[in-house]
Design a protein around this ligand. Structure first.
Ligand SMILES: [Zn+2]
Length: 212
């Protein structure tokens, strides 16, 4: 679709969390996460509109296993807003791990949206915190700029990319996930579950490489 249809003024690439902590050597490394960087750089060059998201937690964030005595990373806890996976400490505000991967080169990105800043709520989606009610403001930004067709890439496919794409679809945007410009954490079958869920919601999975 990317090659068949010209990328236009109403299209936007949303690049999810391409940060050091989600790449090999980082605190919450997504296997082969760094492989998306050159793919996304090339893809982004085709878009006039690009939004970057950045996971950006205060120290002792609620989503960290270290904030819950006795809990280990990748276990779940019962939060007020439902089940929450707890993670290794990651993407602490202004830390090197929270910085974008140094090879990410998207100088024309107009918005960097930071999420997960609320100490008590995690935020997988670029649109809503994990309570599913608190908006980040991204819907307003996109609508205000008349951006209608969203292409989503980044890390991780089965968490923040998934939740962002699904929320965008529910908000009425046209959404495609650039699957080969994503990598998965794959906790307990989460990658396969993501493919099923995206398909069920009518979200297209496309290849960035095929379009290059
Ligand atoms: Zn996080």
């Amino acid at each position: 679709m990317v090659e068949e249809q010209n990328i236009g003024a109403a299209d936007v690439l949303i690049v999810i969390d391409v940060q050091n902590d989600f790449c090999p050597g980082g605190a919450l490394a997504v296997p082969h996460g760094d492989e998306v960087v050159p793919i996304i750089n090339r893809l982004a060059a085709r878009f006039r509109h690009v939004v970057l998201t950045q996971d950006w937690h205060p120290p002792k964030h609620f989503s960290f296993a270290s904030s819950h005595p006795g809990k280990k990373p990748f276990e779940t806890i019962a939060a007020d807003y439902g089940q929450q996976v707890v993670w290794p400490d990651h993407c602490v505000q202004d830390s090197p791990g929270a910085a974008f991967h140094p090879a990410l080169r998207i100088p024309h990105a107009a918005l960097v949206l930071r999420k997960g800043t609320n100490p008590a709520i995690d935020s997988y989606s670029a649109f809503y915190e994990n309570d599913r009610k608190t908006p980040t403001g991204l819907v307003g930004y996109l609508r205000n700029r008349s951006l209608q067709r969203l292409f989503v890439a980044g890390l991780a496919f089965d968490f923040c990319v998934r939740y962002s794409a699904e929320d965008a679809k529910r908000e009425g945007f046209s959404v495609a996930v650039m699957e080969d410009a994503c990598r998965s954490i794959d906790v307990e079958g989460s990658a396969a579950a993501t493919r099923e869920s995206l398909t069920a919601l009518g979200i297209t999975c496309l290849s960035a490489l095929a379009a290059a």
